[in-house]
Structure formats: structure tokens, C-alpha cells
Design a binder for this molecule. Structure first.
Ligand code: FAD
Length: 303
């Protein structure tokens, strides 16, 4: 979400009618101003009020995004990028009005480099769709924030989730980005190379920027092999300290990280859960054929 001017308000946007006219002339029926569509593209997942933008543009390409950004910059109108709208903190609201760019139509998987364990996709591809597409190649993208979010939105919120201990977060799994900057310029932040010391690390600057620096129109993501076995278990502990120490020991031991396993520590910090259960550690371990440590297939607990 970036504004042409941080002090802009709905009242101070005299250029809005002209911008809408120019957008409609350039993009036709990709520009929608109906109240229902605008409301669907504002916040619907929190206690925050729904604050719709003045129009929604359904972008199909980087060029569409570039047109919207150029016109909005010229008329000093805020822009709100939109992936699937699952973010929880009012990210997609437009309190000052503006133009929402819906990127869900940019949903092509452009390339899968199975041998290099990476892929290139458009920002509207959702994580479930990507994993369905990758499954028959024995690969998957491991970041799982719960929601079936778009990869562009996940990168912009630096999403993590239940697999973070084993695979990291979006900051560890985005190798490169293409983005449209507020001045309309298109940049590519890096290449597919796993190592490079050249230049600034712009990729990580954009990951988590919530659309304030530019609009992501392409992502290169790191992929993983699907583990051969996944085992889950729940261990009760006498105290929260014991549970935490077990998680620390597990992470530090040979039974994690490179060996292909993943513990999740959870000590039931909320009051209700504490009354009903002892401090508990939920674990999930993953192992691949070449891992030297493997969980027992019949094990119901971390051992
Ligand atoms: C049930 C549930 C559980 C969750 N659990 C977790 C969790 O465990 N860990 C965690 O980290 N998160 C969690 N989340 C949050 C989740 O990470 C976000 O909802 C998700 O990443 C947002 O993706 P989206 O496609 O819906 O983006 P949106 O909600 O559409 O947008 C999110 C932000 O990114 C910007 N944006 C979207 N696309 C682009 C783009 N292409 N370029 C630039 N900016 C863009 C938007 O303007 C907005 O600021 C959870 C959400 C839900 C609903």
C-alpha cells in the first residue's frame, strides 16, 4: 500500500474523477467501481471497519500494474495491492480512499526448475495451488500460514506459520522479485543464483514491506523435496519450563534441521488451555530417504 503523498485524504484527491476516467479508458472493464466489489476488497477479517477503495482494478499483467501506478502517481492517489485479502490487521483497507489493485488474476506458474529447486510465479498464485502443481514432481513450497493466501501477499506480509522452525519464513524462501515502483519503473531484485554478494539485498527489503515500496508482479521461490514420512506426536510435561527445554534440546540436537525433521513447541499459554491440559509440546517430524535419523513410523510421541 503506498500513497503518492502520505498526507493525502479523500477530500484532497481532486484528481480522482480524472484518474478513474483515464483508468477506464486504458483498462476497460478491468476497472470496477461497484460498491459490492469495493467492499469485498477492503478488510473483512478483523474487528476493524470495512474501508473500501474508490475502485478495484483487476490486473492481468505487469503492464496493467504499471498503467495503474503511473496514473495514480500523476493524480496523487493512494494504491492498495490485494492478493486474497486474508491479512488480519486491516492491511487492505483504504482509509483515505484510493485504487485497489487485485492481483489474483496474475496467477500463472511461469517456470519450475526442479533440478535447481526453485520456481518463478506471478503474485496471485496461492500456496495450495502451487503445491498442487508441484506435487507430481516430488516438490513443495513449505510456508504455510494457515490461510490459502497468495504468494505475493505472503511475501508482502513476510508470512511464516507452522513449518517455520524447519523451513524458515518467507524471508528465507523468496530468492528474487519483480516489482513496479511508485514511479512506474520495473525492477528485478536478484537472480535465481543461490549465492551472490553483488548489490543490495533488495529482495528482503520488499519481503514484509506490505506493498509500501512497490507492487510485486513476479516471485522466484525456493522449493523443497516432499518428505517421505511425516510423523506427529504430543508430549505432556510437568512444567512449561520443561516443555521449553525439550523444544530447545530438540532443535539443538541432530534430530532437527538438516536431518529433515521439525519440532513445534507449544506450551498452551492461554488461561483456559492451561486449566484443561498440562504444558504440552506438539511435534511434527519430517524425514527424507537420505536422512540418517528417522522417526519411527508407529511412534505416537517424540522419541
Ligand atoms: C486463519 C489464518 C491464520 C494465519 N496464521 C498465520 C501464521 O501462523 N503466521 C503468519 O505469518 N501469518 C498468518 N496469517 C496471516 C497470513 O500470513 C496473511 O493473511 C497472508 O500472508 C496474506 O496474504 P494475502 O494474499 O491474503 O494478502 P492480502 O491480505 O491481500 O494483502 C496483505 C498485504 O500485502 C499487500 N500485498 C498483497 N499482494 C501484494 C503484491 N503483489 N505486491 C505488494 N503488496 C502486496 C497488501 O496491500 C497488504 O498490505 C494467518 C491468516 C489467517 C486468515
Amino acid at each position: 500500500m503506498f500513497a503518492a503523498d502520505a498526507t493525502v485524504t479523500r477530500e484532497s484527491m481532486p484528481g480522482l474523477p480524472a484518474a478513474l476516467e483515464a483508468l477506464q479508458a486504458a483498462l476497460g472493464n478491468k476497472v470496477v467501481t461497484s460498491h459490492a466489489v469495493r467492499e469485498q476488497h477492503a478488510n473483512i477479517t478483523t474487528y476493524l471497519p470495512n474501508e473500501p477503495a474508490d475502485a478495484v482494478v483487476f490486473a492481468q499483467s505487469t503492464q496493467d500494474v504499471q498503467i495503474v501506478v503511473g496514473l495514480c502517481a500523476a493524480h496523487r492517489i493512494p494504491i492498495i495491492p490485494w492478493g486474497t485479502g486474508t491479512s488480519l490487521e486491516g492491511h487492505v483497507n483504504a482509509p483515505q480512499g484510493g485504487i485497489c489493485i487485485d492481483l489474483s488474476g496474475m496467477n500463472r506458474i511461469l517456470a519450475v526448475h526442479a533440478e535447481d529447486l526453485d520456481c518463478v510465479i506471478e503474485p496471485g498464485v496461492t500456496r495450495k495451488r502451487l503445491n498442487e502443481d508441484l506435487r507430481d514432481q516430488g516438490l513443495f513450497f513449505p510456508i504455510d500460514p494457515g490461510a490459502d493466501a497468495s504468494l505475493g501477499g505472503m511475501a508482502s506480509t513476510r508470512a511464516s506459520g507452522t513449518n517455520a522452525v524447519r523451513y524458515g519464513t518467507m524471508k528465507d524462501n523468496v530468492l528474487a522479485l519483480k516489482a513496479v515502483l511508485p514511479n512506474g519503473e520495473i525492477i528485478t531484485t536478484a537472480r535465481r543464483a543461490k549465492k551472490s554478494s553483488a548489490g543490495y539485498d533488495l529482495t528482503r527489503l520488499f519481503v514484509g514491506a506490505e506493498g509500501t515500496l512497490g507492487i510485486i508482479t513476479e516471485l522466484t521461490l525456493r522449493l523443497q523435496g516432499i518428505p517421505e514420512t511425516i510423523t506427529a506426536g504430543v508430549c505432556p510435561f510437568a512444567s512449561i519450563e520443561d516443555a521449553c527445554n525439550a523444544v530447545i534440546a530438540t532443535i539443538q540436537s541432530a534430530a532437527c534441521g538438516r536431518r529433515g525433521t521439525m519440532p513445534i513447541g507449544r506450551s498452551c499459554p492461554c488461561g483456559r488451555a492451561r486449566r484443561r491440559w498440562p504444558p504440552t509440546c506438539a511435534c511434527r517430524s519430517r524425514a527424507s530417504p537420505n536422512a540418517s535419523w528417522r522417526p519411527s513410523a508407529t511412534s505416537s510421541r517424540w522419541d
